[in-house]
Design a protein around this ligand. Structure first.
Ligand code: IPE
Ligand code: IPE
Ligand code: MG
Length: 246
């Protein structure tokens, strides 16, 4: 047997179609410079554009970004409201450009706790870009994997109580329909910046077979070059999904 083939290093590279990123380290970036944490968040938001822009060039069809977790409400009120206003401004500023670049934008997470103006901006952007197919950008905002599964189970229980589903109908693909990511393939790769090696409640159901890459770079310093290099490294890895090597 050709050992290079076994390692998946033949000339048909593995696909990395869906990449999800835990954009961490904004606070430390700012604190190290003696600046308020919100400056780090602003720098972080400015990084998103170049990461989005390079995706089509490196074969990434789905990009999912963790912007705010269900646990992030525990932060100081000024930081939380600063982040919310940053999300509103990000959408207002980037909407036209994303649309021109044929990016389809969708949001996952629980919208109920967000303010009305932000909910409106999110819905408008989703509607505006619904026909685009150059890149699928998903932004996780007030997202938590456990919260998502809890909401999914509630809906499933309602459907069961009303006779729309029976226990025999419930399989993995049915559960995949109840979670927020129903329109997304599972992530192939999850990147976390800032050196922390944990998943912090991100895509719990969807990441069963994801590869992980933890990089020390703080999110405001994460460049398109570093991103492209990670993707290039990943395409050589042998993903077996529990089976033996080919
Ligand atoms: C990630 O950066 C952004 C959000 C969680 C909103 P952090 O704010 O968590 O930055 P660190 O981890 O404190 O450096
Ligand atoms: C995860 O980062 C959430 C986002 C990047 C939006 P956190 O900084 O909130 O996670 P912990 O607190 O280190 O687990
Ligand atoms: Mg953090």
């Amino acid at each position: 047997m050709d050992m290079n083939m076994a390692k998946g290093q033949d000339d048909t590279p593995r696909k990395v179609e869906h990449v999800a990123i835990i954009m961490d380290g904004n606070g430390r970036w700012a604190t190290r410079r003696g600046l308020p944490r919100l400056v780090g968040h602003r720098k972080g938001a400015a990084r998103v554009r170049e990461i989005v822009d390079i995706c089509p060039d490196i074969g990434v069809k789905y990009l999912t970004l963790y912007a705010f977790s269900t646990e992030n409400w525990k932060r100081a009120e000024a930081e939380v409201s600063g982040l919310m206003s940053l999300f509103r401004r990000y959408i207002m500023r980037e909407a036209e450009r994303l649309h021109e670049n044929r990016v389809r934008v969708r949001f996952i997470g629980d919208r109920a706790r967000l303010d009305r103006k932000l909910i409106e901006l999110m819905a408008d952007l989703e509607e505006k870009t619904a026909g685009n197919d150059h890149l699928n950008l998903t932004i996780a905002l007030n997202y938590g994997g456990r919260d998502e599964l809890t909401r999914a189970m509630k809906t499933l229980a309602e459907d069961a109580a009303e006779g729309r589903v029976s226990p025999d109908d419930i399989d993995e693909s049915a559960i995949g329909y109840y979670v927020d990511t129903r329109y997304l393939p599972d992530p192939d790769l999850i990147i976390r910046t800032s050196g922390e090696r944990r998943i912090s409640n991100f895509l719990l159901w969807q990441s069963a077979y994801a590869e992980y890459e933890f990089v020390p770079t703080l999110w405001p310093d994460f460049t398109a070059e570093e991103f492209a290099a990670i993707i290039a490294g990943f395409t050589g890895r042998d993903r077996r999904f529990g089976a033996a090597s080919a």
